[in-house]
Design a protein around this ligand. Structure first.
Ligand code: ZN
Length: 322
């Protein structure tokens, strides 16, 4: 019996070691080029040049003299997260986002009377058409693009295929919301070597997928200003890494997550910056976790001089100041 356990343990250890070696030195995603260990400095510079942080676009003040701009955003991935492994039990975890979580979240946002931004893969919306209707009915929220079926651009590996998925997603949302969306958030915040060019070509006002600064900034495409405003996200201000066993583990205490969000908000408030929170309805919309959203909104609302805005409003304002 002991020998069986030992063998099983060794098998798990071997799998883990293989996985970590693959991560460090394995095949790269088809949509990006690897940096070799004998790369020159010039090759390193060229390798990172597709998408870089350009000029900082932090305005001197926010509208109305506010100290901080607060964007509450939701990535409504739902069933599309399990695109490559659509097992009914897993799909139902995503389905929860439409059935229970989003209605609960919208009701809470109503109570605080604040706007929010929702990024929706077209297929998530197609499976639950009521979601967009319920969001639009509030008349103060923004809806942005989040892929056709939550395809991660770096895994697509083909410019034409990536562009078709993006254009199909834009066309679907344009039809459903009655106007062309101006904001892009890449599925899994993932860019390929083509993504910024495609975002630029599609005429997006802003992107919200990258993390190089706390402030809004302009994205550089191949070293040149792209005209695309980046409203940065960060995994610290996400719910996925804290709760999802698929990520790094499942944090048992929503209160600890609240403390992290609060620390980030207090810092943004003191500095006079931007606060972008990203939640997934099917992750944060559960009974024990929705309390975190309630507490952070209550904390933010207790402060004077806060500008609650959609990301579109922030990007438009930031651009007008430069
Ligand atoms: Zn997503």
């Amino acid at each position: 019996m002991r020998a069986t356990y030992l063998l099983a343990f060794l098998a798990v250890l071997a799998t883990a070691l293989t996985a970590s070696i693959a991560l460090a030195d394995g095949p790269h995603a088809p949509g990006v080029d690897p940096i070799e260990i004998d790369a020159t400095i010039e090759q390193m510079q060229a390798a990172v040049a597709d998408v870089r942080a350009g000029r900082r676009m932090q305005p001197k003040t926010w509208p109305g003299g506010a100290r901080v701009a607060v964007c509450i955003s939701f990535d409504i991935d739902n069933e599309t997260l399990w695109r490559t492994n659509p097992i009914p039990a897993l799909l139902s975890e995503g389905e929860y986002g439409a059935m229970e979580a989003l209605p609960r979240i919208l009701t809470m946002l109503d109570r605080y009377e604040i706007p929010a931004t929702f990024y929706i893969p077209a297929m998530s919306a197609a499976l639950h058409p009521q979601m967009i209707k319920d969001i639009l009915q509030r008349k103060r929220h923004e809806i942005g693009v989040h892929g056709w079926v939550h395809e991660e651009p770096s895994s697509v590996g083909d410019r034409a295929k990536e562009e078709k998925a993006l254009n199909d997603a834009i066309a679907y949302l344009t039809h459903e919301i009655g106007k062309r969306p101006v904001g892009y958030r890449a599925p899994s915040w993932d860019f390929s070597r083509y993504t910024l060019d495609l975002v630029q070509k599609a005429g997006f006002l802003y992107d919200s997928s990258l993390s190089a600064m706390d402030s809004p900034y302009e994205l550089l495409a191949h070293g040149k200003p792209s005209g695309v405003v980046e409203l940065p996200v960060n995994y610290i201000l996400d719910d996925w890494p804290y709760y999802e066993p698929d990520a790094t583990g499942s944090m048992p205490s929503p209160s600890a997550v609240y403390e992290v969000y609060k620390g980030e908000f207090d810092g943004a408030y003191n500095e006079g910056g931007l606060f972008v929170l990203t939640l997934h309805p099917h992750v944060s919309g559960h009974r024990s976790r929705i309390v975190v959203l309630d507490r952070i909104l209550s904390h933010i609302k207790s402060k004077p001089d806060v500008w609650f805005a959609t990301l579109e409003q922030v990007a438009t304002y930031v651009k007008s100041q430069h």
